[in-house]
Design a protein around this ligand. Structure first.
Ligand code: ATP
Length: 223
């Protein structure tokens, strides 16, 4: 059974059809890249997969369950298992919260904060290659690459099966990109995560993805 199976997905904004009958599937432990020029519908596909933007038509089957028919309430226990990581590492963190609080937040929101919470946060920071002492800092005291690692630690706190990575290294200096991509590859090996990886850097896609589908004007043109 695929981890994620998307069938004939459609997303419209008024009269614009941003995603037009897109289908693909993804297995656990696999990275599928969505490639294509700006405006071709990659982010809209990602948002619809995550049910952050409910699709206008089509199916999104995740771990065997059809999500598009579920209510917000029924989606609540499923949401932690599919986590986004966005392009802008600073933008996805609140400037007023310390790093340790940002990583603790999903545990607290999901009712999983217990006496060993601080130790779990330290472990998550260590897992993404950050010194646990970074937990006391604020986002502006970290580099872009370190912030993106915090974003990944926050996603891992939810114990996901799928990460939707929307241009996760595009905003980073070329010198730190490889480090973040290596971390993602290690986590995938270790945890068997599926990655839907949105990226328009051909070299990165070639090195990192197991399969690539190419989009143009809302449609899949190859892959
Ligand atoms: N909220 C919105 N309202 C109206 N139109 C939108 C909205 N979001 C996206 N679009 C339009 O939908 C189409 C697909 O956009 P989308 O952001 O999904 O593409 P993309 O491939 O991710 O592009 P980029 O790489 O620039 O993020 C574009 O024509 C875009 O202008």
């Amino acid at each position: 059974m695929p981890l994620l199976d998307v069938r004939e997905l459609v997303v419209r904004y008024g009269t614009v059809t941003a995603v037009d009958q897109v289908s693909f599937s993804l297995r656990a432990g696999e990275t599928l890249a969505l490639d294509g020029p700006s405006g071709c519908g990659k982010s809209s596909t990602a948002m619809a997969v995550l049910q952050l933007r409910r699709p206008d038509a089509g199916e999104v089957r995740f771990e065997g369950r059809e999500l598009t028919v579920l209510t917000e309430r029924d989606l609540r226990p499923i949401r932690p298992r599919m986590q986004p990581v966005f392009q802008d590492p600073y933008g996805s963190l609140s400037p007023r919260h310390r790093i340790r609080d940002a990583v603790a937040e999903p545990l607290k929101v999901q009712g999983r904060w217990t006496a060993d919470g601080p130790a779990k946060v330290a472990e998550l920071l260590d897992r993404v290659g950050l010194d646990p002492s970074h937990g006391a800092r604020y986002p502006h005291e970290l580099s872009g690459g370190q912030c993106q690692r915090v974003g990944i630690a926050r996603a891992l706190a939810s114990e996901p099966r799928l990460l939707v990575l929307d241009e996760p290294v595009s905003a980073l200096d070329p010198s730190v990109r490889a480090g973040v991509l290596n971390l993602l590859a290690e986590l995938q090996d270790e945890l068997g995560l599926g990655y839907l990886f949105i990226c328009h850097d051909r070299a990165v896609v070639r090195n990192f993805a197991h399969r690539v589908i190419e989009m143009r004007d809302g449609r899949v043109i190859s892959g």
